[in-house]
Design a protein around this ligand. Structure first.
Ligand code: 8YV
Length: 325
């Protein structure tokens, strides 16, 4: 029997590409050409190859128009991500196309980046690094680049799913107190003493550091706006490793400039790889290029999840184990 065709939109770790090539008629993108940003090009390639599956990633143009125009051969969109906001799920459902993702395996790595940003923001690590590289460091001085400690501070986790809970675990090691805001309260064994808030006002007013872990999409667009920022304590720190769309960039920049917020750390951006220009000349914001899941171990594990999803539906005729929609 001919192997099912899988259109792979991105360059993936070599071992993952090798496994895909062994199991499927994989149409790889080894040079990482950026045609995946163009929905018409995804459709053209899926049609030309008769793809049964598309292995895609965040940022791919899988909007309502693209999905409506996909050839009938396409049965599954297996995304190399936990987030699915780049895929119009209703359009996929309407076409009977399964959507599957890669949960769990990137939780620790993403929490590590949130923690990195939290420390960079609190301890002014980016500023220090820029100073040394610029040859501007004139020697140790008692008042140079003083930050704030995280010890004893209250961390507010917005979105207490797997990533948020991994971060809570790390922050306990820094003797931080954990508060969280979530759609609903989680079970005590997951909460482990974290304080649940059922409303934004009490949550925002109680915390020193806000770490955002909510999905993208219309419902969460610009969640962190000027009104909510004003409810944070003066001197608070904001970190975002979820989706850039959840932050009102203009409002965040204004608060970082005015001193209402001490610092911020961002790994994700609205319209990335474009970055809101207002951040660029601010010393008190640490900017990373969407590194959340970027460890060798995690990317291999994400590849394995994608392969399991594709294999289940296209080879074994089963439900994908990590079906998202
Ligand atoms: C992905 C992510 O690596 O999984 C997600 O939702 O944001 C990242 O960790 C990246 O988006 C590629 O799909």
């Amino acid at each position: 029997m001919a192997k099912p065709v899988v259109l792979v939109t991105r360059k993936l770790p070599e071992g993952v590409q090798d496994r895909l090539a062994a199991m499927f008629d994989a149409r790889l993108n080894p040079a990482d050409e950026t045609w995946y940003r163009d929905g018409a090009e995804i459709v053209r390639r899926a049609t030309e190859t008769g793809a049964a599956g598309i292995l895609c990633a965040a940022g791919d143009a899988l909007n309502v128009q693209t999905i409506a125009a996909l050839p009938p051969s396409v049965r599954i969109l297996a995304t190399f991500s936990v987030g699915t906001d780049h895929i119009d799920l209703a359009a996929a459902r309407a076409r009977g196309i399964a959507v599957a993702n890669t949960p769990e395996v990137l939780s620790f790595a993403t929490a590590e980046i949130a923690f990195t940003l939290m420390l960079m923001a609190a301890r002014r690590a980016g500023e220090g690094e820029r100073m040394v590289r610029a040859g501007a460091w004139t020697g140790w001085a008692p008042t140079q680049l003083m930050g704030v400690t995280l010890e004893g501070k209250t961390l507010g986790i917005l979105g207490f799913g797997r990533i948020g809970r991994e971060l809570a675990q790390m922050a306990r090691g820094m003797r931080m107190t954990i508060h969280y805001r979530n759609r609903s309260r989680v079970a005590p064994e997951l909460e482990q003493g974290a304080v649940y808030h059922d409303n934004d006002d009490s949550f925002l007013g109680a915390i020193d550091v806000l770490s955002m872990h909510i999905p993208g999409g219309a419902e969460t667009r610009k969640w962190l706006d000027a009104t909510r920022i004003a409810k944070l304590k003066r001197g608070a720190i904001v970190v975002n490793t979820g989706r850039g769309t959840t932050v009102d960039d203009e409002a965040l920049v204004a608060a970082l400039r005015s001193g209402h917020l001490r610092a911020a750390g961002l790994d994700v951006y609205d319209g990335e790889p474009k970055v809101y220009p207002g951040y660029m000349d601010l010393e008190n914001v640490a900017l990373l290029p969407h590194l959340g899941s970027a460890t060798i171990e995690t990317r291999d594990a994400m590849g394995a999840r994608c392969i399991e999803n594709l294999e289940a539906l296209l080879i074994k005729g089963q439900e994908p184990p990590y079906r998202a929609a």
